[in-house]
Every structure is written in C-alpha cells, then in structure tokens.
Design a protein around this ligand. Sequence first.
Ligand code: G
Ligand code: G
Ligand code: MN
Ligand code: NA
Length: 253
Amino acid sequence: VRMEKELRTAWERDELTMYYQPVFRMSDRQIVGAEALLRWQHPEYGVVAPSVFIAVAEETGLIEQLGPHVIRKACIDAMRWRAVAPKYTDLFVSVNLSVRQLRDAWLPEQVGEILKSTGMSPEGLHLELTETVVLDDAIDSRGLMRRLRDAGVKLWLDDFGTGFSGLSHLRRLPVDGVKIDRTFVSDILHDADDRALTRAIIGMAQSLGIVVIAEGIEEQGQYELLRETGCDLGQGYLLGKPMDQQSFLKLLR
Ligand code: G
Ligand code: G
Ligand code: MN
Ligand code: NA
C-alpha cells in the first residue's frame, strides 16, 4: 500500500528516470537504437528495480498512466539522439509493455497521439511484448498488435524462447522482430543445446523475414558467434550498459 502511494507521486517528483541501453548492428557494431528501461530512484530505499514496481503498477492499475508517460518520454529523448549526427537520424527507441497495457484498448490511439505530438517517426518506435502477453487468451492481443502495426510502430517479441511454446507459433504472430533471451546467450559458447536453439531461432526469423536481436551479450566470443550465425542486432554489457539520457547522448557524440 505504501509503495502504491509513493509510486503514484514518484513520476511528479521526478524520481522515475529512463535509462537507455544501446542496441548495436552486429555486422559493423554501430549503434542503431536503444531500449528504454525505467528506474525508480527512491529517496529512502535507493534504486528500486522495475521487476518490483512494475508489478505494483500493474496490480493497482497505475500502469495505465505510467505506460503512456514512459512512451512519450522515450520519444522525446529519441528525437534528441536523432539530432546528434546525420548517421543517427534513424535511431529507434524500444519500450517494454506489460500485460495490463495490452488490455487497454486505447493504447493504439494513445501511441498515435504521442507520435504526432512528439514528431517521432512511427517506425522509430519499437514496442517489446513478451510471449506470455501474446499468448494470453484474455486479451485480443493479435487485434491490438495489428492496430499498433497499422499505426506504423514496430513490434518485438521479448524474452523469446523462455515461454517456449514451439517456434512454429512465431509464424502466426504479427511481429517485426524477436529478442533472443539472455539465458540462451549466456551459455551459447559452452552449451550445445542453447547454441542449437539460438541457431534455430535465427534461421526461423530469417525465413520469416523478421529481425533477430540477441540480448545479454557479455563476452566477445558470444558476440562473434552470434554475428557469424546471422543475428542482426545485439545488446548487452559487452557493448553498453543501461545509462541515463545524458550519458547516452555523450556516447553518441
Ligand atoms: O534493467 P532491468 O532491471 O531494468 O529490467 C527489468 C525488467 O523490467 C525487464 O523485464 C524490463 O522489460 C522491465 N521494464 C523496464 N522498464 C519497463 C517499463 O517502462 N515498462 C515495463 N512494462 N517494463 C519495464
Ligand atoms: O526483460 P527485458 O529483456 O526487457 O530485460 C532487460 C534486462 O536485462 C534489464 O534488466 C537489463 O538491465 C538487463 N541486461 C541488459 N544487458 C545485460 C547483460 O549483458 N547481462 C545481464 N546479466 N543483464 C543485462
Ligand atoms: Mn526488453
Ligand atoms: Na528480454
């Protein structure tokens, strides 16, 4: 209850900040975008992880206000990255969406309004959904996903492989890309099964014509193996940790 109250005022008190983790093109290691990751800098508890407060925000319905705030802020920040240099004019920003947000039938309209008012190009906004969201029967997720794509934004399937329900359902989902979960990436050099699964995901994505992103790349060897296997994009501590807007702008410069 206390956290709920505090979370309610956290946004107004500027305690919630957006961190950005750069996403790289594997072939030439150029930055092509960044994932927005929310942080709560609490005056007493210190940094509260999103795994804790996003759950609270979902249970209390606060996410319905917080969600659009996050998308808007991400678009505003991305417009600033794009102004840094000509080679960055197409940088994308990706935002994580929770289950509850996808239950909100107004989401596509809200997203449309945010794009218009911030001037962000639709294809520069990527939304990350998890398999559990997509497979939730209580939501018309496919209908919502189609409406979002009609607005021009890109949809990514996050944490792919964890809710493993077979690669085949990927074919039926209206998504533009998949993110290979970092639990597979972390053992890719030592575990033949994880390597095989990663290869299968990449092969499947290629045949469907969708983008593959590997997350959690921590070692040079993992990077090279993924690049050789045909993975398009990557992120991870090896390449860049989540950082605040100021630091991200500095990195781009
Ligand atoms: O870096 P990290 O600890 O921030 O992220 C932990 C989890 O919190 C990830 O699963 C990430 O998807 C989620 N997360 C981070 N920011 C947001 C956000 O703005 N909205 C939602 N729904 N989830 C987020
Ligand atoms: O669920 P989602 O994929 O949105 O969560 C991203 C999470 O992964 C964030 O908590 C982010 O801080 C974390 N992360 C990003 N890169 C790495 C990495 O290289 N190693 C580890 N262990 N975590 C990472
Ligand atoms: Mn994510
Ligand atoms: Na993920």
